[in-house]
Write a protein of this length. Structure first.
Length: 202
């Protein structure tokens, strides 16, 4: 059984400690033992967007990613769906640095990187987007503001459609995911639920 090699241990005021690991040719980031970027996250978003594309047009669109991390989903969108623009919002400067150093974050076509708090950014945003992706986990913790009506309404006003990523593997996060799904259904009448790995995409 091969063990991953730790390329770097990073200490951040935002994400506390996270590691950049390599297993074979694959590089990924883990926080609190959970994959944060690369690896399984690529699989999760690739399969999710493939499901979404059966119902909605994804090509030639404007995308906003709240929780850019090292750019896993931004790279996927850029390479697969020919976006006209991608704005990636990430609070953690160390995560952005790691993204540039190990994942080619600053070389992703059509991507504009914004270092900012997602809650503040979305409430002040003037640009409109076709899709807003909300993936704001730090380890297994999702900021409480994600569950607020003010945040959800701000996302709705900024984008035509949205996808929220929520963990769905234990009693507590299943309950919170169902709560969020109920809140979103009140704002987005055509809400769909996609189960992928240990996550629920709403």
């Amino acid at each position: 059984m091969f063990k991953p090699r730790v390329l770097e241990k990073v200490f951040s005021p935002v994400s506390a400690q996270f590691e950049v690991r390599q297993l074979g040719r694959e590089i990924y980031v883990t926080t609190s033992g959970l994959t944060q970027s690369g690896g399984l996250i690529n699989q999760l978003w690739r399969n999710t967007l493939k499901q979404v594309s059966k119902h909605y047009q994804l090509t030639a669109k404007r995308w906003l990613i709240l929780g850019l991390a090292t750019g896993t989903v931004a790279k996927l969108i850029s390479h697969t769906y020919s976006p006209t623009a991608i704005v990636g919002v990430e609070l953690d400067a160390e995560m952005i640095r790691v993204g540039k150093q190990y994942f080619g974050l600053d070389k992703i076509p059509h991507l504009k990187i914004v270092q900012a708090d997602a809650d503040s950014y979305i409430k002040k945003a003037k640009s409109k987007f076709d899709w807003v992706l909300v993936d704001l986990y730090i380890g297994d913790q999702l900021p409480e503001f994600v569950y607020t009506s003010a945040f959800i309404q701000a996302v709705k006003q900024t984008g035509g459609r949205a996808i929220f990523n929520h963990l769905f593997y234990s009693g507590q996060n299943k309950t919170r995911a169902q709560q969020l799904a109920h809140q979103l259904a009140a704002v987005y009448p055509q809400t769909r639920l996609i189960r992928e790995l240990t996550n629920l995409l709403i």
